[in-house]
Design a protein around this ligand. Structure first.
Ligand code: KIV
Length: 261
């Protein structure tokens, strides 16, 4: 059965929500229905695009990848990231959010920001597009903030995060991603909000967890954030398999008679 926002919301306080990223039809089809949510994250720009940050991915590129994921995954709830620069004001945010609904079958869009984004969230929701918030460590701000900084370690930061979460919920967001937030603060936000919180590097008390798939499967090796648990040594497995193929070709062990016409 297709996962809906109502089912996801009904899991709050009952059962943890599971989420992972995907960027293409092939892997989306492998992940489909295994996790409640699939996010077409703009992390794509780093993990598969080889870029330093998420900022340069375009709306058209995000729509292309979201379309592919929607072809591969028919059961999980699909969220698409609005890229940097595509939602600077409410009018622009609505226009570009509508594009995701018109051109893909994503179930919701996600955008980064707190109180200052609440009017855009409200305007998008009003037009009938489900919105997922994203506060705390916001990768789209990493360049202007001079790096990836954990949030909520001071009282001032903690109280801003709580205000931001409440503002995004009040604006009509269906769920909210809490990234890189001190566990005590994300726990507090999770208890305060009616909508589910999905954590990444924000401790175990969030209503759900999300990881970037190439991080958790050990394919992305440039760096490993503390919060990532590797469930597979993907890069080594691939490289070993490829080496075997190369040896087989060189030694004329491949193709065999059975593999030839
Ligand atoms: O782009 C992404 O993959 C994300 C997750 C890190 C939540 O936004």
């Amino acid at each position: 059965m297709k996962m809906t926002i109502h089912t996801l919301q009904s899991k709050k306080g009952v059962e943890k929500i599971t989420a992972v990223t995907a960027y293409d039809a092939l892997f989306a089809s492998l992940f489909d229905a295994q996790t409640d949510v699939i996010l077409v994250g703009d992390s794509l720009n780093m993990s598969f695009g080889g870029k330093e940050d998420t900022l340069s991915i375009t709306l058209e590129e995000m729509i292309y990848h979201t379309k592919s994921v929607c072809i591969g995954a028919k059961k999980s709830f699909i969220i698409a990231d609005m890229p940097f620069g595509s939602y600077q004001n409410s009018k622009m945010a609505v226009k570009n959010a509508l594009k995701f609904y018109q051109k893909t079958s994503a179930d919701a869009i996600k955008l980064e920001g707190g109180k200052e984004r609440s009017e855009s969230v409200r305007a998008i929701v009003k037009e009938g597009v489900a919105v997922i918030g994203h506060i705390g460590l916001m990768p789209q701000f990493a360049r202007s903030e001079g790096g990836y900084k954990i949030k909520g370690r001071s009282e001032k930061e903690a109280s801003k995060l709580i205000d931001d979460a409440l503002a995004i919920e009040d604006a009509g967001a269906s769920m909210i991603v809490l990234e890189g937030i001190a566990s005590e603060v994300s726990n507090h936000i999770t208890q305060k909000l009616k909508i589910p919180t999905i954590g990444i590097g924000s401790g175990k008390k969030c209503d759900g967890q999300i990881l970037v798939w190439s991080d958790m499967m050990g394919f992305f090796q440039r760096f490993k954030p503390k919060f990532v648990r590797r469930y597979l040594d993907g890069a080594t497995l691939i490289q070993e398999a490829l080496q075997k193929y190369v040896q087989d070709v060189k030694s004329e062990n491949f193709p065999s008679l059975e593999e030839s016409y």
